[in-house]
Design a binder for this molecule. Structure first.
Ligand code: CTP
Length: 393
């Protein structure tokens, strides 16, 4: 089994220190070991006891800690860490990093580190915009230090602008992405997700039970593996990733047009959306009134996005999904051949829809590769590992 990642979370003095508590909780929940180190100023905003309770470990606040066997906490802590994350990083601490100052435990262990350093700035918008801070940030980037954020929005001082620290959830995503092997670095990946909505009249539509969760998981996982991701989505029941380019395309026709406008120069196309095969021939401009007679709606076939992308000259590496209720592998393989796909993901329609878990089999020219039942995000990572290996053949 893979060893859990370990990080040192450095907290500096700023009101956003309260968000670090939630970050510690999320990191621990995601099996990342967290060793918290706080500056003296950070302890004015949140107590070490809170951080100790959440991380399950004593918190270090000073250089002169006798409990460290070799008496050198700055060396010891940085040796154990896979990365150091500073969140929040005050303007003052950022300036210190630029100059390689080492006048407290956190700055000393940053200087003594042999691992990646990720910095999440948090400050008032004027401080952020100040040329001195901007010069410092540029220098940190030159020194290969990752800058996470900042975000824009309402600030503790009442102003609105750039400078507030990213939310804990967003920081978690970026920290996890940092640890992912960049199997799709430099690749462009286009994904469709969710259910399409075929309007009958202004208030009624034909749709399906797809939640979009599988497509969203693939988009997020592809981003974490280094890809530039475009997610074209219909109706979804889960939050869209923040780090991908997301385009709404509610109907099968709109999704077809949007994909065709964005497919040029993509390396991989993954059709996860449950696209309607039929759409009403006429869409009434007004609400249809009931009458005593039966009502028939004529449905026309929609265009097959995946099949058309797969037959483009210079087509990207195309992956399809086949959701079946019976004869799963036979029908899925027939779809793979008919649509000329190098890879199709077969799953049982009724089980996968709406659930957070999935059980799938990958089918390619070498046969069937069943994956263990798992959370959709873990399945997404497995599918993408397979794509990364197969598309580089
Ligand atoms: N797909 C698409 N455009 C369509 C229909 C489907 O891109 N108009 C894609 C889906 O995103 C999925 C795969 O094709 O990757 C599903 O194949 P399909 O044969 O259309 O599945 P079903 O509609 O379930 O087919 P059937 O009713 O024949 O089982």
């Amino acid at each position: 089994m893979q060893k859990n990642k370990s990080i040192v979370l450095g907290i500096t003095g700023g009101i956003a220190a309260y968000k670090a508590a939630e970050l510690v909780r999320l990191l621990v929940k995601n099996n990342i070991d967290v060793q918290v180190v706080m500056t003296e100023a950070a302890c004015q905003f949140i107590t070490p006891i809170t951080m100790q309770a959440l991380s399950g470990k004593p918190v270090y606040t000073g250089m002169w800690d006798a409990s460290i066997p070799n008496g050198m906490p700055h060396i010891e802590l940085s040796r154990l860490a896979d990365a150091i994350v500073i969140a929040p990083a005050s303007a003052d601490f950022i300036a210190k990093l630029v100059h390689g100052r080492a006048d407290d435990l956190l700055s000393t262990l940053c200087l003594a580190r042999d691992c990646a350093l990720l910095v999440a700035p948090a400050m008032n918008k004027q401080m952020w915009e100040n040329p001195a801070t901007q010069r410092n940030i540029a220098q940190l980037k030159t020194d290969s230090i990752a800058i996470l954020g900042p975000d824009s929005g309402e600030q503790a001082c009442g102003e609105i602008g750039l400078g507030r620290m990213l939310e804990a959830e967003d920081l978690l995503t970026l920290i996890k992405a940092h640890f992912q092997p960049k199997l799709l670095q430099g690749k462009k990946v286009l994904i469709t997700a969710g259910a399409t909505l075929e309007m009958i009249d202004p208030v009624r539509a034909i749709t399906n039970l797809s939640s979009g969760k599988m497509g969203i998981a693939i988009a997020q996982a592809a981003y974490e593996m280094g890809a530039e991701v475009t997610l074209i989505h219909g109706k979804v029941d889960a939050p869209l990733p923040k780090s991908t380019r997301n385009i709404s395309a509610p109907s099968a026709d709109a999704m077809y047009e949007t994909v065709m406008c964005n497919v040029a120069d993509q390396d991989v196309f993954i059709g996860v959306a449950a696209v309607a095969d039929y759409t009403p021939a006429q869409k009434s401009g007004h609400k249809i009134k009931k009458s005593e007679q039966a009502l028939s709606i004529q449905l026309n076939r929609t265009k097959d996005i995946l099949a058309d992308v797969a037959s483009l000259p210079n087509a990207p590496f195309c992956v399809g999904f086949a959701a079946e209720t019976d004869h799963l592998l036979t029908y899925a393989e027939q779809k793979r051949i008919a649509k000329k796909l190098p890879l199709i993901v077969a799953n049982t329609a009724t089980e996968a829809m709406g659930s957070d878990e999935n059980e799938v089999t990958l089918l390619d020219k070498n046969g069937a590769h069943p994956l263990e039942r798992a959370q959709k995000f873990a399945i997404a990572q497995e599918i993408l590992r397979h794509v990364a290996l197969s598309s580089s053949d």
